[in-house]
Write a protein that binds this ligand. Structure first.
Ligand code: NAP
Length: 240
């Protein structure tokens, strides 16, 4: 049984190791956007049609989509290609921060444009913890610090500074960043999981408001799990 694992995240790497250890015949695919891209195939498939072709040519029996919760194009393409070919598909994502102990205190918004509007109305300096790609949505901000793992250039406002730093960050490091940089509002995506959540606790401790961008909705009917064990059980069941 051959599985295509759509990766590009730390969770994807962890899952690939677990599936490999379980003896699954695995192709790990990454988009190849960063210098750390590792996978057994790198680069886009060429949209839905390209992915359909890939699934059929490479005799893929099942697909596990372990891309980032905000990689909605890849997730939508996988859902369409799997529906068209009858290849089973499972979505694997880390648990949302909707259940985080401070989540009720945050300002939840549906997308980056809405987050930028809220941030623009708040006085002071914004910490943008949203990655590199959506920064164009925030070009109206007068005073912002955008933390990105890898800066490859792009459009930002004159008042935006780029801070290149790769997580995970400790609670103390996040506390120091928010205080030293005099951050008055934090904008984050609901990436979820434990690894990158120290900023949320640090913001709560300092009373810094958090604008949280909700996850894009999943394609209808897509089965989602958030533990590696659940993926292993699904693969086992699909194999029978
Ligand atoms: P996206 O908008 O959903 O995808 C854009 C295009 O990139 C897809 O249509 C596909 O190209 C290609 N692609 C994405 N993931 C791929 C994969 N695993 N293997 C092969 N091709 C892939 O995704 P994105 O937000 O740009 O993110 C790109 C990658 O970075 C994803 O793999 C994601 O897991 C990772 N990542 C994203 C974020 C985030 O916040 N969005 C954060 C951390 C990591 P084709 O149409 O040509 O097939």
């Amino acid at each position: 049984m051959r599985i295509l694992l759509l990766g590009g995240t730390a969770d994807g790497r962890e899952l690939a190791a677990a599936l490999g250890a379980a003896g699954v015949d695995l192709v790990t695919s990454v988009a190849g956007r960063t210098s750390r891209a590792t996978g057994t195939r790198v680069g886009g498939f060429g949209g839905v049609d390209g992915l359909i072709d890939y699934l059929l040519t490479n005799q893929i029996d099942a697909v596990v989509d372990a891309t980032h919760p905000f990689a909605s194009t890849m997730t939508a393409n996988a859902a369409q290609a799997c529906a068209a070919t009858g290849v089973p598909l499972l979505r694997f994502t880390r648990p949302s921060w909707a259940d985080h102990r401070h989540s009720a205190d945050w300002i939840w918004v549906p997308d980056h444009d809405a987050a930028a509007e809220v941030a623009a109305r708040a006085p002071g300096r914004v910490l943008l913890s949203v990655g590199r790609q959506p920064l164009a949505s925030y070009r109206g901000l007068d005073d912002a610090l955008a933390r990105v793992a890898e800066w490859q250039g792009g459009e930002v406002s004159p008042g935006t500074r780029i801070l290149q730093a790769r997580g995970p960050f400790s609670f103390d490091a996040e506390l120091a960043l928010l205080s030293d940089e005099k951050i008055t509002i934090l904008v984050s995506k609901d990436s979820g999981g434990v690894e990158n959540s120290a900023k949320l606790d640090a913001a709560a401790q300092l009373g810094v408001p958090v604008v949280m961008i909700a996850r894009p909705p999943l394609p209808a009917g897509l089965q989602e799990v958030s533990s590696i064990d659940d993926v292993l059980h699904w693969v086992e069941a699909a194999h029978r």
